[in-house]
Ligand binder design. Structure first.
Ligand code: HEM
Length: 287
């Protein structure tokens, strides 16, 4: 939150002074960074210990401090890249589902179909196999991330002078941003019904009650970015989210905990948060 507020501030001078003097939000940021580094470092150390115990041949011969720092950096970037994004995506997904019960019903039909298929197979199904045919859930997740992309804004700094395809000149050091949140709501990309949560816009009916998933090109749907630095964890993110959705919805109903209508507030930090989270009650499904 503090990092993203830096980017929103009118001038960078104030936060740089605070950082220099180590006061206020910058002091809190340093403390938070220290806590996160300590946590990630403990994961690395535990893993090293476990690897050492498993194989006595593996001799760490005291790896250099930089090795541990490098691996800690990787752990932190994977937690930020992979955990906060998928949880933000799922929070908005479950809220949209509550508002669109017909989508939940279609998802349940897909889960039941998959259960029947698994029962008829004798061999063990891997997680990948369990979710690979769940095209409707795939579409429902894509559609919720269109309206509520986990990374709502992404900014780049030009490494050198450049000219964009439309002729706009970009000078070295300038910032260029793109907004998946805004692009997901553009009539020119999604049509007049852009405001509707409609997983069917990602699907083609092939007849016999079967759906085929039709992906959108990443430049029109840059939720995972586009081009050479596209998200490396995209497939894994879908695998995880589809698995969570199918297991939870197959067993439970996720209903808002409050009695009155819940209108969430969108908070665009580094990831798309819901103010105060989404308090829910988990009810066992009886049918
Ligand atoms: C719904 C979930 C996710 C979304 C929306 C998402 C989105 C993004 C976006 C927009 C970027 C580009 C950032 C930039 O360069 O400015 C990115 C990069 C990246 N993501 Fe994801 N991500 C998700 C899940 C994951 C997961 C689960 C992992 C790994 C476990 C992951 C690993 C990465 C990595 C390593 C990069 C850096 C790629 C590079 O710079 O070459 N992401 N992601």
């Amino acid at each position: 939150m503090i990092s993203s507020q830096r980017a929103k501030s009118f001038s960078s001078i104030l936060w740089k002074i605070r950082r220099f003097l180590n006061i206020g939000s910058e002091k809190r940021l340093q403390e938070a960074v220290g806590e996160i580094r300590g946590f990630a470092n403990s994961i690395v150390r535990q893993k090293k210990q476990a690897m050492f115990q498993i194989s006595q041949e593996f001799s760490p011969t005291e790896p250099g401090h930089s090795d541990e720092k490098f691996v800690t950096d990787i752990v932190i970037s994977f937690i930020l890249a992979g955990r906060d994004t998928t949880s933000a995506g799922l929070t908005w997904f479950f809220w949209l589902l509550h508002r669109n019960r017909h989508v939940e019903e279609e998802i349940l039909r897909e889960i039941n179909k998959s259960r029947v298929k698994q029962k008829n197979k004798t061999q063990h199904f891997s997680v990948f196999e369990q979710v690979k045919d769940m095209v409707y859930i795939n579409a429902a997740i894509c559609e919720s991330m269109r309206l509520y992309p986990p990374v709502p804004v992404d900014v780049k700094e030009a490494a050198a002078n450049d000219v964009l395809p439309d002729g706009t000149k970009v000078k070295k050091g300038m910032w260029v941003g793109y907004l998946p949140y805004v692009m997901g709501r553009m009539e020119s990309i999604w049509g007049r019904d852009w405001a509707e949560y409609r997983p069917e816009r990602w699907l083609e009916n092939t007849g016999k009650g079967k759906w085929k998933f039709v992906p959108k090109d990443p430049y029109s749907y840059p939720v995972f970015q586009a081009g050479p630095r596209v998200c490396l964890g995209k497939e894994m993110a879908f695998l995880q989210m589809k698995r969570v959705v199918s297991v939870i919805l197959g067993m439970f109903r996720v209903v808002p905990a409050m009695e009155e209508r819940f209108d969430p507030v969108f908070v665009p930090h580094l990831t798309s948060e819901m103010q105060g989270g989404f308090p829910v009650r988990i009810e066992q499904r009886t049918v």
